[in-house]
Design a protein around this ligand. Structure first.
Ligand SMILES: [Mg+2]
Length: 181
């Protein structure tokens, strides 16, 4: 079994959009994230994106559109020399009571089961405390908040008690540099 880097999408790999990423045209990939993903791609770790897209549940964009954006993102990242082993998305609204919306661990657990990932050797990186909560609940070895996207604002909020020993990095590139060293 392989371990994984579970990565949030918006605010970690691409720019966060306050009014949601609604179309491929809204996607702006961070240069440093490409560098980080290239580095990870050369490592034995699986690379799995785990993303909440409540805009789908709210009817702002369709499930097809959301999946198209993820698909295009994977194609573009591959063109840039990056590997993506899986994309797992929660399309539900916060009040839907699903098991997959972060901070719940459902997306990570599903990915682990389908891809044969050893959670106890895995990492979760996000720009919101709820990403880290999902990682901790899933049983990953380490979690990190990055200051890109919503991260610098999240860092000022009270740190939840259920995130384990969490690190804070300026960017995905810094997190990957530290953890692959
Ligand atoms: Mg995010």
């Amino acid at each position: 079994m392989q371990s994984a880097f579970f990565l949030d999408r918006d605010g970690v790999i691409i720019e966060n959009r306050p009014q949601y990423v609604r179309a491929w045209e809204d996607v702006a990939i961070f240069d440093q994230a490409v560098r980080a993903l290239k580095k990870l791609s050369a490592s034995p770790y699986r690379i799995v994106l785990v993303t909440n897209q409540a805009a789908v549940g709210k009817g702002i964009l369709s499930l097809d559109q959301a999946e198209y954006i993820n698909h295009q993102l994977c194609i573009r990242l591959q063109e840039l020399g990056c590997r993506v082993d899986g994309v797992y998305m929660c399309p539900h609204t916060p009040d839907a009571g699903c098991a997959c919306r972060k901070p719940k661990p459902g997306l990570l657990l599903q990915a682990a089961a389908e891809l044969g990932i050893q959670l106890s050797g895995s990492h979760m990186i996000g720009d919101a405390w709820s990403d880290l909560q999902a990682g901790f609940a899933a049983g990953v070895a380490a979690t990190a908040l990055v200051r890109t996207g919503r991260g610098s604002a999240q860092e000022l909020l009270p740190r939840p008690g259920d995130i384990g020993v969490a690190a804070v990095f300026n960017s995905l590139a810094d997190a990957v540099d530290a953890w692959l060293a």
